[in-house]
Write a protein that binds this ligand. Structure first.
Ligand SMILES: Cc1ncc(C[n+]2csc(CCOP(=O)(O)OP(=O)(O)O)c2C)c(N)n1
Length: 352
């Protein structure tokens, strides 16, 4: 693999680094717990996929946990979230129960999308998590629409829009950033820049690989952030969310991260060297935070072991919940597919 600047681990980028700032044990352990829940949940999902319990597509977020966990901490319960098909972590960090997410993975009707969405379409109106979207870039106009609605109704909410670096190649990205800036909409654009769109490396598809520059061309303030450092993400997201809530328009964060696993369960990973993956694993956000907590005497081995046990118990319970769940009855399959027909205005076949 070439030694271009984009290939360097994010220690080379001007990141907001917070690792030496005041970190309480409660806060640190909470961040670690959230990231561990995502990591172990997805490891279990990979296992269940091989066992044929989870079917369809499965895209793992392993390696990128600091982004969802750090960013989600900056949001209020009434804020809106839009994510991609790699969204299990966002759903967990947003507070949707692991039981309902696992049931969704199984396709059971107890799932948060009633089993109709599966891995790529985790949705929960209650927490304002508006998906999960299989279409690359598809979440961006939805986020702009949500923010427009909030603005028109004078609601003080922010929309957090997560998307991958691959989405910047889509027209929707440009249309969305343009309108969000033009109409001063309350959106935080969170680009999960893991350098690859499936097997296509950023610089193979983009003439401008500095994504913040793209955002700035729409007069949107934009910064790169170390996406492997959960505290840096949290701090950058908090600053962005607070500023956006004041009403000055959107902000863009280029979160430099890396996925440790394949793009999906069908990917031989012929486009990147194992050594590159290993290099990024040195910056594993979970290992990094664990070391910080231990070095500063904020967590003991016993405490960390107890955290693992708690996560493992939660996963066991979620799997049981999904196993015990029900399939949607065949008679209901067309329910909610179409809206009920309304009588035509102007009589049969008449014009409106
Ligand atoms: C509009 C559209 N084009 C192509 C695809 C096929 N596709 C699925 S995932 C993907 C790569 C997207 O990469 P990125 O946005 O960087 O997100 P990541 O998978 O790295 O999280 C592509 C091209 C799609 N789902 N939607």
């Amino acid at each position: 693999m070439s030694a271009d600047p984009a290939a360097a681990p994010p220690s080379a980028v001007p990141a907001v680094s917070t690792s030496d700032r005041g970190l309480t044990p409660e806060h640190g352990l909470r961040l670690l717990h959230e990231m561990l829940r995502i990591r172990r949940f997805e490891e279990k999902c990979a296992e269940l996929y091989s066992a044929g319990k989870i079917r369809g597509f499965l895209h793992l977020y392993i390696g990128e946990e600091a982004v969802a966990v750090g960013a989600m901490r900056a949001l209020q319960p009434d804020d809106a979230v839009v994510a991609t098909y790699r969204e299990h972590g966002h759903a967990l960090a947003r507070g949707i129960s692991m039981d309902r997410i696992m049931a969704e993975m199984y396709g059971k009707q107890e799932g948060c999308s009633r089993g109709r969405g599966g891995s790529m379409h985790v949705f929960d109106a209650h927490t304002r998590l508006y998906g999960g979207n299989a279409i690359v870039g598809g979440g961006l106009p939805i986020a702009v629409g949500l923010a427009l609605a909030d603005k028109l109704r004078h609601r003080p909410h922010v929309t957090a829009c997560f998307f991958g670096d691959g989405a910047v190649a889509e027209g929707e990205f440009h249309e969305s950033l343009n309108l969000a800036a033009l109409w001063t909409l309350p959106v935080v654009f969170l680009c999960e820049n893991n350098l690859y769109a499936m097997g296509t490396r950023l610089e193979r598809a983009q003439s401008q690989t500095d994504l913040a520059t793209k955002a700035r061309s729409y007069r949107i303030p934009a910064d790169p952030v170390d996406g492997m450092d959960v505290r840096a993400v949290e701090e950058a997201a908090r600053r962005a969310v607070d500023a956006v809530r004041l009403g000055d328009g959107p902000i863009f964060l280029d979160l430099r991260t890396y996925r440790f696993r394949a793009h999906s369960m069908f990917d031989a990973e012929l486009y990147r060297d194992k050594s590159e993956v290993e290099q990024w694993k040195q910056r594993d956000p979970i290992a990094t935070l664990t070391t910080t907590l231990k070095d500063r005497g904020l967590a003991t081995d016993e405490l960390l072991a107890a955290l693992e046990v708690a996560v493992s118990d939660e996963i066991d319970q979620a799997v049981q919940y999904a196993e015990d769940g029900a399939w949607e009855p065949v008679d209901d399959l067309l329910k909610d597919v179409y809206t009920p027909a309304e009588p035509r205005r102007g009589g049969p076949g008449g014009a409106a």
